[in-house]
Design a protein around this ligand. Structure first.
Ligand code: AOF
Ligand code: ZN
Length: 364
């Protein structure tokens, strides 16, 4: 039963996707006499915490009830008073928690407040699912560095475009819809200048509600080659575009700023943008997650720099050949298989005829 209600709390938490950054997705369910009498989730950044929304929604007195929360209730005075205290004051009989809060301001203190008040606490229910739900929050709150997803779509013979550069579309509509959903939940989408020059993408996201923000577009452009008429520089002004460049060619940088773009002049490492430095900088700017969307050179540099956390590889059952057709990860390459970048926690999903392989980078 605990797992069933926690699953419900997770599903509620997911409703906040894309709106709570850099705060976590949290859901809460209140159960009394085997009936749900209240539910809530963290709806948007700065809004009520999930526990408060659940308590306020309760249709009966919560005294003696059990509250299921995906994340340990907070113990600190932040934008709202501590939820742990509210739970104690509300006289719950039991609190079931998905995971302890990695936030150093909480980190077990919430659980202690509740236990010290004599309330039963169970932790670790569906912990793996809850941790995956908040993989971005967990990394960002502890390191202030963005969680990085590397996503690519390739044919069964390992190409991301044909020899002529055509790549529309390798994957099915269902796969592409899923990518849109991922774009919706990240703070930034990053591409290399090669992708801008080849495809001139706009990199915007679909907006379903007022709360949806477009992800910030980040273009890596070491020598500042981006044409001023590129789509990413000519969209609605509400969409932020950042050009990360190693160039100090002032006139061009000024022209980019006039177009509304933000320019980050980055240090270089072996004549390329220092990606590690750039990720740290994006983290300092408050961006908690980055989706790498291409291309092959950037993918290799990001892997080499050690900034990638999760890889999402779509494989479509098509073959196009071509020795000059691009593959997902190029760059200089690793010499020996034993030194390969390895993935762990592998998951496989199907989208119509396509396969999505997901894995976490194994840093061991
Ligand atoms: C949330 N929503 O439902 C829960 C959170 O920025 P504040 O003051 O609202 O505090 C954010 C911290 O509160 C967050 O880092 C996490 O540790 C804790 N729990 N936060 O935004 C919630 N339960
Ligand atoms: Zn709270």
């Amino acid at each position: 039963m605990d797992e069933l209600y926690m699953k419900r709390a997770i599903n509620l938490a997911k409703k906040g996707t894309g709106h709570t950054s850099p705060n976590p997705l949290v859901g809460a369910v209140i159960v009394k006499d085997n009936r749900i009498i209240g539910e809530g989730y963290h709806e948007y950044y700065g809004g009520n915490h999930a526990e408060v929304n659940a308590i306020e929604s309760a249709t009966e007195d919560v005294e003696g009830a059990t509250i299921y929360v995906t994340l340990e209730p907070c113990s600190h005075f932040g934008k709202t008073p501590p939820c742990a205290k509210k739970i104690v004051e509300s006289k719950f009989a039991k609190v079931v928690i998905g995971m302890t809060d990695p936030n150093p301001l909480v980190a077990g203190r919430g659980i202690r407040i509740i236990r010290d008040a004599g309330i039963e606490v169970v932790t670790g229910v569906l912990e793996d699912d809850v941790k995956e739900l908040n993989e971005v929050f967990i990394k960002y709150i502890l390191t202030k560095k963005p969680f990085c997803y590397m996503k690519y779509a390739m044919t069964l013979d390992g190409k991301i475009a044909s020899w002529s550069g055509d790549s529309k579309w390798i994957t099915s509509e269902k796969s592409r819809k899923y990518v849109h959903d991922i774009r919706q939940k990240v703070s930034a989408i990053m591409v290399g200048i090669g992708t801008v020059l080849a495809d001139d993408p706009s990199l915007t996201t679909r907006r379903d509600s007022e709360l949806d923000k477009d992800a910030v577009r980040v273009i890596l452009d070491t020598r500042c080659r981006i044409p001023l008429d590129a789509r990413v520089l000519n969209l609605e002004s509400s969409v932020r575009t950042i050009i990360a460049t190693g160039s100090s060619y002032d006139e061009k940088l000024e022209a980019l700023r006039e177009k509304g773009a933000e320019v980050i002049v980055t240090p270089l490492k072996e004549n390329r943008i220092d990606i590690k430095w750039l990720f740290d900088e994006l983290g300092r700017m408050g961006l908690d997650s980055v989706l790498l969307e291409g291309g092959a050179t950037l993918n290799y540099s990001a892997l080499e720099a050690g900034v990638v956390d999760k890889v999402m590889a779509f494989v479509a059952p098509k073959m196009i050949g071509g020795q000059n057709a691009k593959t997902p990860v190029e760059g200089e390459g690793i010499t020996y298989i034993r030194d390969a970048v390895k993935l762990k926690d592998i998951d496989i999903k199907r989208f119509d005829e396509d396969i999505l392989i997901t894995g976490m980078i194994d840093n061991k």
